[in-house]
Design a binder for this molecule. Sequence first.
Ligand SMILES: [Fe+2]
Ligand SMILES: [Fe+2]
Length: 353
Amino acid sequence: MKISIKNLNILICDDSISNVLLLEKLLKDSGYVRVAAVTDPVKVLPLMLETQFDLLLLDIEMPGLTGIEVLQQMHRSALHNQFIPVLVLTGNQQPEIRNKALEVGASDFLTKPFDNTEVLLRVRNLLRVRAAYLSQSRMNAELEDRVEKRTQELEKANAILIKRLAQVGEMRDSETGRHVLRVGKYARVLSDAIGLPDDIGYMIEKAAPLHDLGKIGIADKILLKKGKLTEEEREIMNGHAQMGADLLSDHESLLVQMAGSIALSHHEHWDGKGYPKGLQGESIPVEGRITALSDVFDALTTIRPYKKAWAVDEAVDYIKKKAGLQFDPRLVEVFISRLDSILEIKTRFDDSK
Ligand SMILES: [Fe+2]
Ligand SMILES: [Fe+2]
């Protein structure tokens, strides 16, 4: 949208009422519709903070507060980065005063007595620069808005796809749909409790449900086998971690990358005896350590075709025993301290509902 300079807001400040009236009339007669004027320099800053002015015509020699002081006030206020042009009115020809005014933010000068043509030309020129600045910042703001909206849409689409993908993974497994939901929510509690930033907690919550996505690549006869797996079958089954990571690799979305990291690392053990890489301690990504604990707790406390559901106490005892072996000991501590929130999730997202 083109900005008409005649509609921009002009403020005049001169202690001489006749100067103010003269300038106001001159500007209005030549088509500027928004012209305000004050004779008290103390009022300039409050007025400018309240209304957005696009040009200030400012007298220098005034009683009470000089124009230089007004400029200094503006410089110290929120106005200093708004690039509002200031046309300084002065009867003083001394270069020191002019230089001082320029130093504190004056854009141009008008010498008294005014030459009408010069006043109008200097006003026009400053307002043109102002209009260009305003339209540029409007364009930037619109562009930022559009980018922001687009990013949000993409993130939303990614989150939906991730959720669907997690459901696909479950369809082949005997685990229930609620399992992955709870694992995500437990993981969020742990992420928050150890002080991870909000956006990372959000990503872990959304990505953790994909931890077993790689199981879609495991043959039914192994995946759904009722009895104990042979050594060889166990090997194949363990391949689901790498397979999940492969499915989720090479994607720009941070959420998908997070899901890939979780898929790969959710069977690593703190003592280095997990798979697929045998990583140890802090070398296991935190999102993997968090998901591992969340996953095991949920698997223990819910019914599976091959086992009954353990009581919460039994599951907590097991987890405590595995602190420093299978699980990150700090996470185990945090898990126990947040058991209330964990159990609330367990009840709220129970399989029967
Ligand atoms: Fe797994
Ligand atoms: Fe799981």
